[in-house]
Design a binder for this molecule. Structure first.
Ligand code: PXL
Length: 276
C-alpha cells in the first residue's frame, strides 16, 4: 500500500519556521509524502522581520500543476496556507478542482492575519479571495482573527466559539477547527465542528503564557497529517493541540525570540509511528 500523498501549497520562508519549513518535516514525520507547491519564496516570514525578500511564484504554479497532471499524480489531500497574490488564490481553486477526486481531503488554512490584524502582504481583495477559496474546503483551520474575516465581522464581535464554528460550517457542509480558543482560564486549544457528526466539541490543553510565531502552521500541518491517517476530527485536533503545547513549552524554556517560531524539530519523534 503506498503511503498517503499530500500537495502542500504554501510559501517557503527560509528563516522563521512557518509554512513549508514546518509542513514538510511534520508531514514526513507522520509517514505521509508531502509534495510542496511553493507560492512564494521569502528570506524570512513577514512577522517581526524588516527588509524580507519576496519572490512571487504565481507564474510558476500553473506550470507545476500542468506537469503533475501530465504525470497523472493523485493526492490523498490538498493542503493550502499562506498565499502570495490574488491571482494565486484563483490558481489554488483551479488546482483543487483539477486534482480533487472522491476521497481527496481538502484542508484550507485561511491564513490572513492574527491578533486582530491582517498580515502585511494581504490586501482586501486577497481576503475576499480567501473567503471564496475556503468554500471549496472539507476542513478549514482559522484562528479568531481569520474567523472574523471569514464571517465579515469586526474582530472582537465573534459569537461564542460553538456558534462561530457552526456559522463557519456553511450549514454543516464544512468541518471547522477554530484555533486559539480558551474555554476556561489557563487553558487553550480549539473548537471543532465535525461535518461528519454535525457536532461541535472543544479540545483544550494548559496554556503556556508566551507568544509564538507559526504555531497555526504547526497545528494545521499536524491536523492534516492526522486526518489523512484516518483519525477523526477531534482526535486529530487534540494531537495537534498537544504537539503545539509541547513545542510551546520547550520554546518558552529556551526563551527563543518570538519571530523564530517554535522549536518543533526535537519533538518530531512524538509524531512518528502513528500511520499504517
Ligand atoms: O504563519 C503564517 C505565515 C506564513 N507565511 C508567511 C508569513 C506568515 C505570517 O506572518 O509571513 C510568509
Amino acid at each position: 500500500m503506498p503511503i498517503p500523498r499530500i500537495a502542500a501549497i504554501h510559501d517557503l520562508s527560509g528563516f522563521g519556521r512557518c509554512s513549508l519549513t514546518v509542513a514538510l518535516p511534520i508531514l514526513s514525520a507522520m509517514g505521509t509524502q508531502c509534495c510542496p507547491l511553493p507560492t512564494a519564496f521569502l528570506s524570512t516570514h513577514t512577522g517581526g522581520f524588516q527588509g524580507f525578500t519576496f519572490l512571487d511564484m504565481t507564474n510558476e504554479m500553473p506550470k507545476v500543476a500542468a506537469h503533475w497532471k501530465s504525470l497523472n499524480l493523485q493526492f490523498d489531500a490538498i493542503y493550502s496556507g499562506f498565499l502570495g497574490s490574488v491571482r494565486q488564490i484563483g490558481l489554488v481553486e483551479k488546482f483543487i478542482r483539477d486534482f480533487r477526486q472522491p476521497g481527496t481531503l481538502t484542508v484550507v488554512d485561511p491564513v490572513m492575519g492574527d491578533h486582530g490584524e491582517v498580515y502585511r502582504t494581504y490586501t482586501p481583495d486577497m481576503c475576499a479571495g480567501m473567503v471564496r477559496l475556503a468554500r471549496l474546503a472539507d476542513v478549514i483551520t482559522p484562528n479568531l482573527t481569520e474567523a472574523a474575516l471569514l464571517l465579515g465581522l469586526p474582530f472582537g464581535a465573534l459569537p461564542s466559539p460553538g456558534e462561530t464554528v457552526e456559522r463557519l460550517s456553511l450549514g454543516g457542509r464544512r468541518s471547522v477547527v477554530l484555533t486559539g480558543v480558551s474555554m476556561s482560564p489557563g487553558m487553550t486549544g480549539a473548537m471543532c465542528f465535525d461535518a461528519k457528526t454535525g457536532r461541535a466539541e472543544a479540545v483544550q490543553t494548559d496554556y503556556i503564557a508566551h507568544e509564538f510565531h507559526g504555531t497555526g502552521d504547526v497545528f494545521a500541518s499536524v491536523l492534516t497529517g492526522a486526518l489523512v491517517q484516518g483519525r477523526k476530527l477531534t482526535d486529530a485536533a487534540m494531537l495537534s493541540a498537544k504537539f503545539v503545547r509541547a513545542c510551546a513549552e520547550r520554546t518558552a524554556a529556551a526563551d527563543l525570540p518570538m519571530r523564530e517560531g517554535v522549536e518543533f524539530e526535537p519533538l518530531l519523534g512524538y509524531l512518528t509511528g502513528g500511520t499504517r
